[in-house]
Design a protein around this ligand. Sequence first.
Ligand SMILES: Nc1ncnc2c1ncn2[C@@H]1O[C@H](COP(=O)(O)OP(=O)(O)OP(=O)(O)O)[C@@H](O)[C@H]1O
Ligand SMILES: [Mg+2]
Ligand SMILES: [Mg+2]
Length: 523
Amino acid sequence: MNHVLRRVVISPRPFANLNFTSLLINRKMASTRSYNDAIDALNSLQTPFAVIEARRKAGIRPDGDSVREMRGYLARIGYPSPRDLDPLNIIHVAGTKGKGSTCAFVDSILSRYRRKGGPPTKVGLLTSPHLIAVRERIRIDSSPISEETFAKYFFQVWDRLEANANIAADQVEPGTKPIYSRYLTLMSYHVFLSEGVDAAIYETGIGGEYDATNVVERPVASGISTLGIDHVYVLGGTVDKIAWHKAGIMKTGSPAFTIEQVPAAADVLKERAVEKGVNLKVLDVDPRLKDVNVRPDALFQKKNATLGVALAETVLQKLDPSFTPNPESLPQEFIEGLEQVVWRGRCEVKEEDKIIWHVDGAHTVDSLKMAARWFIHECAERSNAGPQVLIFNQQGRSEAVDFLDGLCNTVKQADPTGEGFKHVIFCTNVTYAATGYKRDFVNHQYNPADIEKMTQQKIFAEKWAVLDRSATISVMPSIEEAINTARSIADADGSGRKLQALITGSLHLVGGALGILEKADAL
Ligand SMILES: Nc1ncnc2c1ncn2[C@@H]1O[C@H](COP(=O)(O)OP(=O)(O)OP(=O)(O)O)[C@@H](O)[C@H]1O
Ligand SMILES: [Mg+2]
Ligand SMILES: [Mg+2]
């Protein structure tokens, strides 16, 4: 087993330094205020690892205060009433898996109407997490906002929060700023309203009820994608508890949609819909998708597409009274939107001379099984498929070791040869061997010592050795070295067949890997 620890460049930045960091940022901001300054300032809003640990130990979880605080911050940046968000015609999506994909379908469909002259005329999209760069979380007309636009609005929000530090003091503590992802959510409202967006698609961050995106009171529609287990610490360890949180995005007076769910989740969604007086529609896979080439050709993606279609139809009906859905068939704009959607890092295939890379950001038990089935399906379709290699990571979640059973067994069972992965490489999320993290990936929420010692990766390696005695297992300190290891295996193979590599377990891993494979920002 390769436990060689190379130089890992990380910046631990203890909590005690935060004030100093902010001072430096404030001083620098006055003169330059570039995108990089904005990302540094944003990174200073991350909750440090030590604080997260302390909260966990004390059992502190988000509650209703978090939405009230967001309202206070909105007031400080110039939007005192929740009605101020109405011009955005928000489509709000929650779920354990498929949120981002559903939002991407809606965005892609609406963009076809926009290009025809609308409505809508300008489409906003907020998603999380990011794959390559922070600014990709906030898109207008399907493109991440530019570095200049990001920096401009980032600092407008920053300055307004400071200038109005005492407004809405009954809702949020004076002088504070929202943490990282909440800041981006807050900023997105300002960006979209300032830029004249008239349809905005919002993916929730974690849960729904207490999520920062839940400040919206009158969404055009809410959609709940597939529910399962994730973020157990915040949301609870059973699917009914998780469903309670996600159901929090349904709003009285707005239509809500979901797809088939496991019974425990479906029951909670229905109960909460009744409580709120919401007409929740539970959709079977849309029969109009029969002749639509949704990729990958898998049930989970058809469910995401079904939800996307219903949400897009609802917003189009609101914006254009002459738009009437046809129950028999989908308009050409919908078909093109669904078939040509781009949602990077999910079920993506990249071919090189000696390797075919399969890249998927799955990071829950269920979605990793889905990714494993997709991978085997892809390999089975090729005549020249060589040995299978896995590159995996998941940082900062101790339960991630349990992801490995499903991944290992699904691949073995689904693989006609029954062989499974011949080589398994666990690496950290550090992008490059020599220079460490890209600025957009600096993460103070992980324990730096664990990354330096590759603690998590060694636990994964030990577990895999039990699951599959025949696999060759390596542990690598960076994504770049993991990719190079796979390339060396391909070089040494000599069978003339292409190595089949699956990169999965974390969107950060996948984003870093795509950047390396494309030798550039894959944005
Ligand atoms: N409906 C679904 N059910 C199960 N797995 C899914 C579903 N949709 C997507 N996936 C898997 O989950 C991965 C992430 O998809 P997506 O980005 O749509 O989810 P998400 O809900 O936004 O997740 P997160 O924000 O937690 O990363 C995909 O690459 C795919 O492997
Ligand atoms: Mg998630
Ligand atoms: Mg997402």
